[in-house]
Design a protein around this ligand. Structure first.
Ligand SMILES: [Zn+2]
Length: 102
């Protein structure tokens, strides 16, 4: 699903958020590769700048595949028993979203 500014989302471990901006086609290396001195470009992914649903705060959720809405890297976030991908969950919207075609 295409993510657009103003959409309400959450992740399996945090949120809910309102998307402020979507950065697409980023290939930045993972933080871990970078601090290990082995920066390797990753497959294209998105970064989201978000606020709380009421528009306050600033949150950045980084490194997601927009096709599957799964994280590029596995984690234990959200109290997983086994390491796995994180997920963005699109919530029911409370206002019309500009730019969507459905
Ligand atoms: Zn990136």
């Amino acid at each position: 699903m295409k993510l657009e500014p103003e959409m309400l989302i959450k992740t399996n471990y945090s949120g809910p958020y309102r998307i402020k901006s979507v950065l697409r086609d980023c290939t930045c290396p993972s933080y871990l590769d970078e601090i290990n001195g082995r920066p390797t470009a990753r497959r294209p992914h998105i970064h989201l700048a978000c606020t709380k649903p009421d528009g306050t705060g600033a949150f950045y959720i980084n490194g997601w595949d927009e096709q599957t809405l799964l994280s590029l890297q596995k984690s234990y976030c959200g109290g997983k028993k086994e390491i796995g991908y994180d997920q963005i969950i699109v919530l029911q919207q409370d206002r019309p979203i500009q730019g969507t075609l459905f």
